[in-house]
Design a protein around this ligand. Structure first.
Ligand SMILES: *Cc1c(COP(=O)(O)O)cnc(C)c1O
Length: 392
């Protein structure tokens, strides 16, 4: 028996590796606190569960769904998009249901890359971008995100030869792991860059509804004239509605781009369970959305401010997160690498945070703290971080 190069050459998924270390510590009897994973600790809100109670009993929802997504789902997304981003989409051609963002992230490169083609990926970034380009036979070209540039890529610093060779570029704002937000002028520049070098932007907007101040409310790249034929934007219900386990999202873009993806998708999977599509469609315009978001924002702001206070007190260097669930923090100077720091913290205090290098070489001097743990666990984690520093 032999395995493919794809299997043999795939490095272990970052979170899997951390999980192994965490399990080993737990087996030694340590009460491990994990601030490592971006999975909301709160349940899916009741109004969504109530909708599911209705939809699950309707036998029309039990059969194979369409590949593209149900018409009422796509219409609901179009209405939400217009209200939320002031962008008009045609539900018949510009929108497609996906099995969570990861479905689109992992499969979209197959629609644009032939073996040997390259794709630009921001570094640090969500690890799946690199893996997906590799599976499609492509070559990853990393574009560093620097703190001086607000963790936005410096497009003028990208080698024009590499840019011309590339067929796609992954971007992700609000950003995991840096929590940076991009504004309209950045997306404008990005669409011009894509047109100049004839590439397609794959914009991962999984955190569009996770932000703290109105002034930082994320926008859609589709607001930029010409973007529809240059970009696909990826959306998800996972982070927006605490629905990571449900597996539903959508991609938007011009007809030609969406069609190319649809051609592949009809062979990759059989769509999203229709009961979930109907629940998602009804959730988007539901009157309970606003109160849910208000409560969630208040909860995360309070967590953010407590974590920021502790980090400042301990002398850490970081930017206050404006969106997403993450703190992106410089490791103390006495450590040679992010893995060394994270391993030491886990070893001495049973506290798990993520080494920045897991998101790419440009993340080496950083670690990531996630705010998606219950309040008492976050507070206990901060207490241990203080003790860690006292004992050093
Ligand atoms: C969590 C996350 C995803 C995956 O979301 P799903 O919709 O649950 O697949 C995609 N992109 C980024 C940047 C994420 O952090």
């Amino acid at each position: 028996m032999t395995f493919s190069r794809r299997v043999i050459d795939t490095p272990p998924y970052l979170f899997h590796l951390i999980d192994e270390k965490r399990k080993a510590a737990a087996q030694r009897g340590v009460d491990v606190i994990s601030l490592a994973i971006g999975d909301p600790d709160r349940p899916t809100p009741d109004f969504i569960l109530d909708l599911m109670q209705e939809e699950i009993h309707d036998p029309r929802n039990h059969v194979y769904p369409s590949y593209k997504g149900e018409p009422d789902f796509c219409e609901s997304v179009a209405a939400w998009f217009e209200k939320r981003f002031s962008v008009q989409l045609d539900p018949k051609t510009d929108i497609m249901a996906i099995i969570g963002s990861k479905d689109a992230v992992s499969h979209l490169p197959f629609a644009f890359l032939d073996p040997g083609d390259s794709g630009l990926v921001t570094d640090p970034g969500y690890p799946v971008y690199n893996a997906a380009i590799g599976y499609a036979g492509g070559r990853v070209v990393r574009v560093p995100l620097r703190e001086e540039c607000g963790f936005l890529p410096d497009l003028s610093a990208i080698d024009p030869v590499e840019a011309d060779r590339a067929k796609i570029m992954f971007v992700n704002y609000p950003n995991n792991p840096t929590s940076a937000v991009a504004d309209e002028s950045f997306f404008q520049e990005l669409v011009e860059f894509a047109a100049k070098h004839d590439l397609v932007i794959l914009s991962d907007n999984a955190y569009s509804e996770v932000y703290f101040e109105e002034a930082d409310r994320p926008i859609s790249i589709m607001k930029i004239p010409g973007a529809k034929n240059r970009a696909i934007e990826i959306h998800s219900f996972s982070k927006t509605f605490n629905m990571t386990g449900w597996r539903i999202g959508f991609v938007v873009g011009g007809k030609e781009l969406i069609n190319a993806f649809l051609t592949l998708k009809s062979n990759f999977d059989s769509g999203v369970f229709m009961a979930i599509q109907r629940v998602a469609a009804r959730a988007l315009g539901h009157p309970q959305v606003e109160p849910f978001f208000r409560e969630r924002t208040a909860l995360f702001k309070s967590r953010r401010d407590r974590i920021a206070a502790a980090l400042t007190e301990l002398g850490y260097r970081f930017q206050l997160p404006r969106a997403s669930y993450y703190f992106w923090v410089r490791i103390p100077e006495s450590y040679a690498s992010s893995v060394e720091f994270c391993a030491d913290l886990l070893e001495k205090k049973g506290l798990v945070v993520t080494p920045g290098v897991g998101y790419g070489p440009a993340g080496e001097a950083f670690f990531r703290i996630s705010m998606t743990a219950p309040d008492q666990r976050i507070d206990e984690g901060l207490k241990r971080l203080r003790e860690f520093h006292r004992s050093r």
